[in-house]
Ligand binder design. Structure first.
Ligand SMILES: *Cc1c(COP(=O)(O)O)cnc(C)c1O
Length: 404
């Protein structure tokens, strides 16, 4: 009789988004006349920019012509895309990352879930709390997290680094040194980030204790402040301790198109073994590349027209973010984030739990958000609103919240 990977049985149900859907459906059925505004979504809503659509059309035509048809992509991704990434995302920022250190993929969710498999199951992971759930769950599936305590909602072998208003959402160095440190900056769900100097301290710490940093930069395009690093490789010493994961989902609206990349610097080693070679082997064995058509669309993200159009798209969402942040502040809420990320993280009023505030907001303002406690125990008492809606809906939601 076959046996299953028992680690999957240890996963607690992730009820967050299904519970939200259920509660919203029940409310709408009971109140069919109410017009709900959804500011809970973590998905973009603006259509793909014209420069990207042009590139997609051009690549589709190439695929229909014997002279320009392409089959399997090269293992690391097409050179035209890796060159554009190295030039624009790294060299233009003074970072020494070469095209052959870039691995093109179908997105940052899969890379951030898969990257753990090149590390020992003995390693201890550290995550921020609250956190993007993929990092912990992928390590649960691999058997790296020990046992789950439903009372504390914590795993025995995971080091949690609380990020709350008390520490300004800056994680503190753990008491016991971790082996693998997940950092997502700017952060989902809190919308906050670290300064470059604070990130440098994490790079120094990782090099000192011999840890690897798995750096998720999915929201890099939303950075507006000068003292924030656009890539971890702006920090000195990052080439010996950091892997960077990037996505085209939030900067270019590729959530349904699918494209991302991972950077593994050649100096990043465990003893004599370079992680670059390990990830190359893993990529070559388990992945057959992002589609040619999509890699051409990714190249267009770095064209002059693409850059200009996407700057506008990001500005559109960030105008929403500013409207939410200012509107909530005027209404007396304590709010965080929204400056370098499309997320606003608010403190629930009157000691309400995250779910109590969810119900209150739904019933009173007919606005849907995301309870902070769904992202980890330290998210309790907080609530996430996203800037990915339309401007009109965002303003309408704020008027309703102000009237509560
Ligand atoms: C949206 C998001 C991603 C992007 O995932 P894709 O698979 O590239 O769409 C990665 N990390 C975080 C924290 C995100 O919120």
């Amino acid at each position: 009789m076959f046996k299953i990977n028992d680690n999957y049985q240890k996963l607690p149900g992730s009820y967050l988004f299904s519970t939200i859907v259920k509660k919203v459906r029940e409310y709408q059925e009971a109140n069919p006349e109410k017009n709900l505004i959804r500011l809970g979504i973590g998905d973009v809503t603006q259509p793909l920019a014209p420069a990207i659509i042009d590139a997609l059309h051009g690549a589709v035509d190439e695929m229909g012509n014997a002279a320009t048809f392409r089959g399997y992509a090269p293992d690391l991704g097409y050179e035209f895309l890796r060159n554009a990434i190295a030039e624009n995302d790294y060299r233009a920022r003074g970072c020494d990352i070469s095209p052959d250190e870039i691995f093109v993929s179908d997105g940052a969710k899969s890379d951030s879930a898969n990257i753990q498999e090149i590390f020992s199951v003995e390693n201890k992971i550290a995550v921020c709390d609250p956190v993007y759930p993929v990092y912990v769950d992928s390590n649960v599936m691999a058997g790296r997290t020990g046992t789950y305590d439903p009372a504390t909602e914590m795993w025995s072998d995971v080091i949690y680094m609380p990020c709350t208003k008390e520490n300004n959402f800056v994680p503190e160095f753990p008491k016991t040194a971790p082996d693998m440190i997940y950092l997502c900056l700017p952060n989902n769900p809190t919308g906050t980030t670290l300064t470059k100097d604070q990130l440098q301290e994490w790079v120094d710490y990782a090099n000192k204790v011999g840890a690897v940093i798995l750096y998720d930069g999915a929201y890099e395009a939303y950075i507006s402040e000068d003292n924030v690093a656009h890539t971890i490789y702006e920090c000195e010493g990052a080439r010996t301790c950091a892997i960077e994961l990037k996505s085209f989902s939030k900067n270019a609206g590729f959530t349904g198109v699918r494209l991302g990349y991972t950077v593994v610097p050649k100096e990043l080693k465990c003893g004599d073994v370079a992680l670059h070679g390990m990830w190359a082997r893993r990529h070559g064995t388990k992945f057959n590349g992002a589609p040619y058509i999509v890699q051409r669309a990714g190249e267009a993200v770095y064209s002059a027209a693409g850059k200009a159009q996407l700057k506008e798209q990001v500005a559109y969402y960030m105008k929403n973010a500013a409207a939410i942040k200012n509107g909530l502040q005027e209404a007396g809420y304590e709010v965080f984030g929204g400056v370098n990320a499309p997320y606003i993280w608010l403190k629930t009023p009157d000691q309400m739990t995250s779910w109590e505030f969810f119900d209150y907001l739904l019933a009173t303002a007919n606005v849907v958000g995301t309870p902070g406690s769904g992202f980890g125990p330290s998210g309790e008492g907080y609530f996430r609103l996203t800037a990915f809606g339309t401007y009109e809906n965002t303003l309408a939601a704020l008027e309703r919240i102000k009237a509560m």
